[in-house]
Design a protein around this ligand. Sequence first.
Ligand code: NAX
Length: 329
Amino acid sequence: MSSPIRVAVTGAAGQIGYSILFRLASGETFGKNRQVILQLVDLPIPEVQKAQEGVAMELLDCGFKTLAGVTCHDNPVSGFDGVSWALLVGATPRGPGMARADLIAVNGGIFKPQGQALERGAKDLRVLVVGNPCNTNCLIAASNCNGVPKERFFAMTRLDENRAVAQLAGKAGVTNADISNVAVFGNHSESMYPDFENAKIKGKPVTEVITDLEWLRGPFVAAVQNRGKAIIAARGKSSAASAASAAIDHIIDLENKTAEGQFFSAAVWSDGSYDAPKGIYTSMPCVSDGKGGYSVVQGLHLSDWAKAKIKATNDELLSERAVVADLLK
Ligand code: NAX
C-alpha cells in the first residue's frame, strides 16, 4: 500500500459528517489500496467534542482495513496539518429571520481563519467547500490561503447535478445510468442553472428524448433549484446522506481521469469560460486529468435563454462577493 492520505472533515459531529466519514474510510473513495487518516474538526464546545469522539469511536469499530487512524480536533490549525483533502462542511446555519447577507457575513468569520489554516495542508492539498453559502465561503477560504493556487479549491454543486440527473431519469422513464453530461452552472443556490441543452439520455440529446421544452425550462429547472427546500419540508432536516454522497462523487471525479466525452459539475475559480465574471467560484462542466488537475469543458452550445439564466446566477455571486469584500485579499 502507498502512504496514507490525510483527509480533514470540518463539521464532523454534524449530519453530513456522520454520513461522509464512513465512506471516506471504507476504501470506496480512495480505493482499497490506499489507507486514509481522518482528521475530524468541530467546534471547541465540550458536548460537540464529545459527540465527535463518539463518531471517531464508531469509525474505529467498523474495522476498515483502509483506515489508518482517526484524530479529533477542536481547531482547524491542528486539524488541517498535512491533509491532501480538506472537506469544509461545518458552517453556521441560517437562523429564523436571518437575511442571506447576514448569513454570508457570519460564515465569513469561519472561512477566513480556515483558509489561513489550510496553509498547513500537504503540497497536493485540495479543498471542497460544502458549508453554505458554499461558493462564497470557498472564495473567502481560497483568498486567505497563501501559497495554494485558487484552482485547488472547489465548492460543491455535484449534489445539484445528481438531483438533475434523477429528475431527467424520472421524466424519461430511464435509469440514472442512462443520463450523462448534465452541467450545473453558477451558484449553489436557488439561482443555479442545471443545463439540459447539452445533457444526454442514452447518448442522445435530452431535448430529443424529452420534447416538452416547457417542462424542461419550467418544472425541471425549478425542481432542481428548490430540491433542498423540498427535502427540508419532507424530512424536517436538510439533505445529509445525499450531500455526503455528492461530496464523495466529487472527490472520486477529481481523483480519476474523466472518461472520454463525459464531464461533471463543480464550482471552480472562474477563468471567464461561458462569459462568467472572473474572481468568483462558479459551477462549470469540468474534466479531470486524474493527476490532480482539471479543466473546464469548452464549446458547449447554450441558447440565449440559457445564457440569461447563467448570467443571473453569476450576478448573484458578484453580489455575494460584494458583501464579503473586506474578508478578501
Ligand atoms: P449540521 O448542523 O448537522 O452540522 C454542522 C456541524 O458543523 C456541527 O457539528 C457544527 O458544530 C459544526 N461547525 C459549525 N461551525 C464550525 C466551525 N467553525 N468549525 C468546525 N465545525 C463547525 O449541518 P449539516 O447538515 O451537516 O450541514 C452542513 C453544511 O452543509 C450546512 O452549511 C449546509 O447548509 C450545507 N449543505 C450544503 C450542500 C451543498 O450541496 N453544497 C447540501 C447540503 C447542505 O445543505
